[in-house]
Design a protein around this ligand. Structure first.
Ligand code: NAD
Length: 346
């Protein structure tokens, strides 16, 4: 399993493997870039089919964190960790403590947080062996859950994108289709409802749809119908890769602005959106509220400063939209360029 010649290897600074015989822990930490600060990124526990799948994930995700933190003006680098195993079967206190020892061994160059397959309580357990954790705050209303801040950031970004593309001063009467009304999507829906937007929602979990219908007066839509609705904004808040050849052919919205990670199935879909004059708010820019929150939790910054920082997502998007327009390039490409300018000179 080669690392330096791996297709997802992109000048990563450090890739570390760890095995603890007693607990059975097998884990990889990838630190992509620390020019701007220590590498912060979640710890994913997943039943990977093989080691290469785990390596692929950790290389790709750690790189993504460098871009997300840089574009969000945080003094953080990008990193990620993966634990190979089924979280429902293999997760034990001993395994999490061993993960804490692994993180500790990197001396603070990598800071962990929750991700798929790990919860705040697991990070707290890891934190019994290392101080290099984030997202565990007992005295906060949210208990460290980043979803409310992520949702607020998406709301701010969606408003900026709608204003940019539709020329509207407010979201009153603006039609928004939301795919996935879970932790982030529902909170986003609530902000939008309070701002007067008209909501259309879909979710594979019926109770989540019902909640949005009964509490926010949203209109329920079946599955894939969400793409072809005659709305102003499409907000993907469920899955990745949902901007693809099939969905783009159906999308009537002038703006795509949502929380989901890795929305573009392929990089080229950013350019296709540009050609179709659909304004795309790059996912890792608009959904950065969570990492911004984690940064403030770690550095002890006040909640007002956090709110102001998250509201900066709107300005960052406008900077990206302006530059993309001037240079005739896609917004996704310009977001990458700006992030690279920031972390390369850090
Ligand atoms: P969640 O699991 O709480 O919500 C996702 C919702 O999408 C669920 O209600 C689920 O039933 C629904 N869903 C799944 N598949 C669907 C489908 N095919 N069609 C319609 N609905 C479907 O997750 P979340 O924390 O709200 O995160 C949503 C997205 O935002 C994810 O892509 C996540 O990676 C991304 N994100 C979340 C955060 C955060 O702070 N939670 C931060 C950055 C990015």
């Amino acid at each position: 399993m080669a690392v330096f010649s791996h297709p997802e290897f992109d000048q990563h600074e450090h890739v570390a493997y760890y095995h603890d015989r007693k607990s059975g822990l097998k884990a990889i930490i990838a630190i992509h870039n620390t020019n701007l600060g220590p590498a912060l990124g979640g710890c994913r526990m997943w039943n990977y089919q093989n080691d290469d799948e785990a390596l692929n994930d950790v290389l790709r995700l750690s790189r993504g964190m460098t871009y997300k933190s840089a574009i969000s003006n945080l003094k953080l680098g990008g990193g990620k960790s993966v634990i190979i195993g089924d979280p429902r079967v293999h997760k034990t206190d001993e395994l999490l403590w061993a993960m804490g020892d692994f993180i500790e061994s990197l001396g603070g160059r990598y800071i962990t947080a929750e991700d798929s397959g790990t919860k705040v309580a697991d990070i707290a357990k890891i934190g019994e062996r290392t101080a290099h954790i984030s997202g565990v705050v007992e005295d906060l209303e949210t208990g460290g859950d980043p979803s409310p801040t992520t949702a607020y950031g998406v709301f701010v970004g969606l408003k900026a994108a709608a204003q940019y593309r539709l020329g509207c001063d407010s979201l009153d009467g603006v039609k928004v289709a939301i795919q996935g009304v879970g932790n982030v999507g529902f909170r986003l829906a609530k902000h939008l409802h309070d701002a007067g937007a008209q909501l259309f929602v879909t979710d594979i979990f019926g109770q989540n749809v019902e909640r949005a219908v009964s509490e926010l007066g949203a209109t329920a839509v079946a599955g894939d119908e969400i793409y072809g609705l005659d709305v102003d904004v499409f907000a993907p808040c469920a899955l990745g890769a949902i901007v693809n050849d099939e969905s783009i052919a159906q999308i009537k919205a002038a703006v795509i602005a949502g929380a989901a990670n890795n929305q573009l199935a392929k990089a080229q879909h950013g350019e296709i959106l540009r050609q179709r004059e659909i304004l795309y708010a790059p996912d890792y820019v608009i959904n950065a509220g969570g990492i911004i929150d984690a940064y403030y939790q770690r550095t002890g910054g006040c909640r007002d400063a956090l709110k102001t920082h998250v509201e900066g997502i709107g300005d960052t998007l406008v900077e990206i939209f302006d530059r993309a327009g001037k240079e005739g390039r896609s917004t996704s490409e310009i977001a990458d360029v700006i992030a690279e300018e920031r972390f390369s000179i850090g």
